[in-house]
Design a protein around this ligand. Structure first.
Ligand code: SF4
Length: 266
């Protein structure tokens, strides 16, 4: 069950509200595809990606705009999602991502079905919701103050409007973060623009180390350069790599951006 009540699945601005009445175990799917894991400690591993639509936050730099700011999707039954995953014979890793996949009750049923079939599952989450589900790697990406949208800093055509305050209120939930790291194998993945992000990362880490029952090693902390295009990554990755070395954290590439830029289904 959710630890945090900040994400209300009944809120159409958080989760898509056009769920069919007969969709018992269904998820709003934005895309489902086979690629290489681009980020984190499993970067380079062939994986099937199941991207759900809907998010309880609104990062100004969101690289999956059509799951958050302007969600699009088709509702698919869990059984149909699993059948589609199984059609990719070569893959034994599945990445459940979004949006924020943990806002959906049916994500648990999907993870259970994948676990029953022996898949390794990674869940990419913003760390604000904990559910009791079989997850092999919780890839937790707490959102820093630099992610908060403002009237001057929002995706093209998007209105930051009430989301500026709401995102700022909800982006860090220490109880949920501690619940995730205590329950699962995890990595903490911070999207970093520049050195100004580092004091907050250190502050979140210190608070989380106090709150969590398990140790959090520097090796569990990954710095990922902000940027959803090759052009933007070229501006951020060297300075983020330097920050990783300076602070003793890991650096993670965005392999899919290096390989395929911002093409969909990568
Ligand atoms: S939490 Fe993730 S999916 Fe949601 S707005 Fe931020 S980057 Fe996008």
């Amino acid at each position: 069950m959710p630890v945090s009540d900040s994400a209300d699945p009944g809120d159409a601005s958080v989760a898509p509200g056009d769920r069919p009445d007969d969709a018992t175990d269904a998820l709003p799917i934005n895309e489902l595809f086979y690629s290489l894991q681009g980020e984190g400690r499993l970067a380079g591993v062939p994986s099937v990606f199941v991207r759900t639509s809907g998010c309880n936050l609104r990062c100004w730099f969101c690289d999956s705009y059509h799951t958050s700011w302007e969600p699009t999707h088709a509702w698919l039954d869990v059984d149909d999602i699993v059948a589609e995953v199984e059609s990719y014979d070569a893959a034994d890793h599945v990445v459940l991502t979004g949006g924020e996949p943990m806002i959906h009750d049916a994500s648990v049923a999907l993870l259970e079905a994948l676990d029953d079939r022996g898949y390794h599952t990674t869940v990419e989450t913003n760390g604000t919701i904990v559910r009791d589900a079989p997850i092999d790697l919780a890839s937790v990406s707490p959102k820093l103050a630099s992610s908060t949208p403002t009237p001057d800093r929002a995706p093209d055509g998007a209105d930051a409007g009430p989301w500026a305050e709401r995102h700022e209120r909800d982006r860090i939930d220490l109880d949920a973060l501690a619940g995730l790291v205590d329950a699962y194998e995890f990595q903490l993945k911070f999207v970093v623009s520049d050195a100004d992000d580092m004091p907050e990362i250190r502050e979140v880490l210190a608070d989380l180390r106090d709150a969590a029952a398990v140790p959090i090693r520097d090796d569990d902390v990954l710095l990922m350069p902000e940027g959803a295009t090759r052009e933007r990554l070229a501006e951020t990755r060297t300075r983020v790599a330097d920050l990783a070395m300076e602070h003793g954290f890991r650096y993670t590439p965005r392999l899919h951006v290096d390989l395929w830029n911002d093409a969909p289904e990568t």
